[in-house]
Structures are given as C-alpha cells and as structure tokens.
Design a protein around this ligand. Structure first.
Ligand SMILES: *Cc1c(COP(=O)(O)O)cnc(C)c1O
Length: 396
C-alpha cells in the first residue's frame, strides 16, 4: 500500500516547483506563484479520477471526515453510525463536531453489516459512515437503500481503499460524500493530507469555506473576504499537494502492482484447508491494498499471525488485539476520557460501550489476519513470501 515506497524524480520536481516560487500556501499570493496552484490542480485531477464533480483537499484524512460531516450540516447531538472495526479517526472526527458515534457490528465483509445498521437507526441518526477497511468495501448497495429509506447521508471512508470500485464507481464516489487520506502510509501519500469528494455543489462550497476559517474565497484580497459561517483551519499546504500530484499520477501503476502482488499471495494460500477469504460484496472490486483471510478460529488466527512474524513475513496484522483499529481496545472512548469537558450531548447520548455486545464483530475480526500488500517487492520477493505463508499457515 504505501506510496512512499516508490518516491522518485516526479515528486522531487513537483516539490521544487513550489520551493522555487516560495509560495507554500494554497490560497493567495497570486503574483509570486509562477502559475503554481498545486492544491487546486490536485483537486481537479482527483475529482476526475474519482468521477465526481468536486474534491476538497484538507490537512488529513481525519480532517476530511470532520469537514465532510460539517459541510453536510451535521452537528451537536446528531448520531453517526460507524463500524467497530475501523481507525480511531472515525469517532474522533464525529466527536470533533459534537456529534455522537454509534458503533455497529461488521460482518464477513469486515465492514458495516447492513442489518445491524438498520437496527441502530434512531430519530437522531443523520449519517451512515461505512469504512472500506484494508482495501475492500461494505455492501454499499444495501447501505444506500437504508439511507434512502430513512433519509440519511452515506459518507464513505475510503482512506484504505483508494482505487477500489463498486458497481464500476470508484469507492468514495458512491455515497453522498467520500473521504481519502494521503498520510504517509496510504497508497497515495502527500506526507500528510486528505480529501473530501462529492457531487453536491453546496457540500463542496461548505467544505471549501469551512476548511479555511469560513473564508468565502470570492477572489478578493484575502483580508477583505467575509465569513458566512464559523470554520476552522484544515488547509493542506502547497508542498504536500505537490507530492500528492506526483503520486496520483501514478495511481494506476500502483494499483496494478498491488493487484499483481496480491494475486501471487492469494493464489498461493487459496487452497489451504484452513484458509477462507472475506466476502467482497457483489459488484465490488478491491483495491488490493491488503490480503485478508480468515482462519478457522481466533486462536488459530492469532497463532498464524505470530508464526508469520517469526518466519519473517512482516506487515501482517491481527486487528482483534489492535488498539488503533478495533473497539475492544478503545478505552479512552469507552471511558469518555477527554482533556476538557465533552459536549453535553455527547456525554449524555454516547452509549455505554463497556456493556455493548459486539460478538458478531468478534466472530469475524477474531478470525482475521491481514497482510499489507507492498508496492516495492520484486516478483521473487513476493513469491518467496508466498512460499513462507503457505508453509506457516499449513502447519497451524
Ligand atoms: C488513515 C485513515 C484515516 C485517517 O487519515 P489520516 O490522514 O491519518 O488522518 C481515516 N480512516 C481510515 C480507515 C484510515 O485508514
């Protein structure tokens, strides 16, 4: 997955364009920039690649989620449905605007279970936020139907699945809003960065203003711009956008490498009697950023993970015990531990997650081993790795 494995001359050249002009900010300073508008350019390329009308770059994927929610008018006390298996950014971005994260089970897709989502909808629900973890997606068709039925927004977190598709649409473009991260370990990296994509003109305008202190960006002198509503600073810098421009130009190349390496590994282990694979919903194609597989039970999955590590098969994860990605270790959320006081709505409405039953998630995540698919492997390295995986897994 990490795009940084393949940094080169193009990234350097893009960065030098910015350094030569000296304008590191994405707005203003028109006369000094030598025509370089890297963030604006990257937004155009990204929107085109993702087949949507608009992209808004921001400072991180977490910021993208917050900006997406804010731009759609989500606020204090609104409930946002999110999965138990994700990254902490999901609930952080929701809490940041005073909304309430409602955790819901995942199924054998390792993403939101549509039936569990339906069961969790209340009068306060505003958004369903599926997270396309480890390169594959939630059943977006089923989730969209639920959203239409209850008039909810569908916000896709596609941070780990850029380049995957559902019904031939790029992941992130199927719902009302989609978010990407360009942090250092993602398929496309800017160092730090993120983006919101949408076909909705109002959400785009709101995201544009909100991510820059509410500035209306009408093209006047920055100091003379007005502020139609309160915002914050979630801006990306020109330096980061420049790196992203070089990287996005290589997305198809990265995806082809990911798929090739993924296929070598999958073909090698697919007939082992103790291995099965996560379900990819009908109509979906993975981004192939990770190879995820189920072992017969949690004990065997844990063992496989440990033994793979010992055999030198690095970058495999046992998410069930991971404190970034799975609800079981989110003590700070469960205990409502914040530096200052939480908004009243959050404090009062946040479910008591110490008492929740997420055994349906445990059943699938407990059996899951996820191996990162790297871009930098040579074919022989990849085959060697596949052979090691076969030998370790078949011994368990
Ligand atoms: C990386 C990631 C994010 C957040 O992105 P940052 O750019 O690191 O803030 C959000 N969701 C998922 C699923 C991620 O993997």
């Amino acid at each position: 997955m990490p795009g940084f494995e393949l940094f080169g001359d193009k990234e350097r050249q893009q960065l030098n364009d910015v350094l030569d002009s000296g304008v590191l900010m994405r707005y203003g300073f028109d006369g000094m920039r030598n025509g370089h508008w890297k963030a604006l350019e990257l937004e155009k390329v990204l929107a085109q690649k993702m087949q949507v009308k608009h992209a808004q770059l921001v400072s991180s994927g977490t910021a993208a989620l917050t900006v997406a929610l804010a731009s759609a008018g989500v606020g204090a006390g609104d409930e946002v449905i999110m999965p138990t298996f994700t990254f902490v950014a999901s609930f952080e971005s929701i809490l940041a605007i005073g909304a309430v994260p409602i955790l819901v089970d995942v199924d054998d897709t390792l993403a939101l279970d549509p039936q569990a989502v339906e069961n969790a909808v209340t009068e306060r629900t505003k958004v369903v936020m599926p997270v396309h973890m480890c390169g594959s997606m939630a059943d977006l068709k089923a989730l969209k139907a639920i959203c239409e039925k209850h008039r909810l927004l569908l916000l896709e977190d596609a941070c780990q699945a850029i380049g995957g598709t559902f019904e031939n649409k790029p992941l992130g473009s199927y719902g009302d809003l989609g978010c990407f991260s360009f942090d250092y370990v993602k398929t496309v990296t800017c160092g730090e960065g993120g983006a919101v994509i949408t076909n909705n003109d109002l959400y785009k305008t709101n995201a544009d203003h909100y991510s820059d202190h509410g500035h209306d960006h009408v093209g006047k002198d920055r100091g003379a711009e007005s502020h139609p509503f309160l915002g914050y600073n979630f801006r990306i810098s020109e330096l980061h956008a420049a790196v992203g421009l070089a990287q996005i130009a290589r997305l198809d190349e990265f995806l082809a490498i990911q798929k090739k390496n993924y296929t070598i590994l999958r073909e090698a282990i697919k007939d082992l009697p103790n291995v099965s694979f996560r379900r990819v919903p009908e109509g979906g194609e993975e981004s192939y950023a990770f190879l995820n597989f189920f072992m017969p039970d949690a004990e065997k999955a844990k063992k496989a993970h440990t033994e793979l590590g010992k055999a030198g098969v690095d970058a495999c994860f046992y998410w069930y015990d991971n404190n970034w990605h799975y609800y079981r270790e989110w003590e700070h959320l469960i205990e409502k531990r914040s530096l200052g006081r939480l908004p009243k709505e959050v404090y009062e409405q946040l479910p008591d997650y110490s008492k929740s039953d997420f055994s349906a998630s445990d059943k699938w995540v407990g059996r899951t081993v996820s191996c990162l698919v790297k871009l930098g492997w040579s074919e022989s390295e990849c085959k060697e790795r596949a052979a090691k995986m076969v030998s370790v897994i078949s011994g368990i």
